[in-house]
Design a protein around this ligand. Sequence first.
Ligand SMILES: CC(C)(COP(=O)(O)OP(=O)(O)OC[C@H]1O[C@@H](n2cnc3c(N)ncnc32)[C@H](O)[C@@H]1OP(=O)(O)O)[C@@H](O)C(=O)NCCC(=O)NCCSC(=O)C[C@@](O)(CC(=O)O)C(=O)O
Ligand SMILES: [Mg+2]
Length: 291
Amino acid sequence: MNKLRRSMLFIPGSSAAMLSTAFIYRPDSIMFDLEDAVSLKEKDSARLLVFHALQHPMYKDVETVVRINPLNTPFGLKDLEAAVRAGVDVIRLPKTDTPEDIYQLEREIVRIEESCGRPVGSTQLMAAIESALGVINAVAIARSSPRLMGIALAAFDYVMDMQTERGDGTELFYARCAVLHAARAAGIDAFDVVYADINDEAGFLKEVDLIKRMGFNGKSLINPRQIEILHNAYAPTQEEVDYAERVIAAAEEGERNGLGVISLNGKMIDAPIINHARVVIERRNASGIRQ
Ligand SMILES: CC(C)(COP(=O)(O)OP(=O)(O)OC[C@H]1O[C@@H](n2cnc3c(N)ncnc32)[C@H](O)[C@@H]1OP(=O)(O)O)[C@@H](O)C(=O)NCCC(=O)NCCSC(=O)C[C@@](O)(CC(=O)O)C(=O)O
Ligand SMILES: [Mg+2]
């Protein structure tokens, strides 16, 4: 099974307090932000804080991601130097509009890896798609580098570009489908948008149910209170696990009897259904049973 990436928690890189405690919340990935959560006058101090946090033992057991500033700003290259040298697992490039943005990023990463003695190719990438142009180019972006482990949709900048605003999700319908299909066609992960109202649990859960059913691996998050709700929603129910176990048992019996297609309580069981049952069991093993 691929690495679990249900939750990717944003931490403002300028917050020394949050940087020193975020690992206790146990998201699947921790994302130190140097871009929009950091004010202009804190860009340099935040970069230094993140550089030190990345090398601290408390962040050794969790996947680390740094969202750098775009490379066409005065901060982007400095952010990249600091994050790669500190050993970050993944660089998240915001506002990725074209595959050329990724080619440029990759050239700089190769140079930094070579100069600091890090194995070339060891820094992974993810692209955040935040505009109509990025959505239109999603397939080319997703296939632009073997370093890409995933692409993410970023709703707030996207809706501004589309001249609309966040609502019930109708405004994201096309972009979600496009980003998800691009990721799957490239064989990489797909991440949904942040949910800004941290006190609206019901609204968050509704959005999580939708994106899970669509097929997203998970979401970018802004608050630790959202982690458990998300992980729980991604865990299979006891009923789903029981059914998956019955499917696998029936499939094994069918195989012993030389049958390709079998039926279980009147329902056809064939290869895709058996594969899905195995995925449910893997999810149970990784995430437990939904509470
Ligand atoms: C929203 C709020 C201020 C609420 O604070 P509150 O303090 O009211 O929250 P509480 O729940 O009361 O906190 C309880 C305890 O948890 C601690 N705690 C809270 N949040 C924590 C956290 N994230 N990490 C670690 N620790 C945390 C807190 O310090 C406290 O610790 P303690 O005092 O010890 O009890 C806070 O969460 C926060 O700043 N979030 C991150 C915001 C951020 O990063 N935005 C940028 C990314 S989006 C973007 O840029 C748009 C995008 O680009 C997206 C895309 O690209 O996808 C696009 O275009 O769409
Ligand atoms: Mg943004």
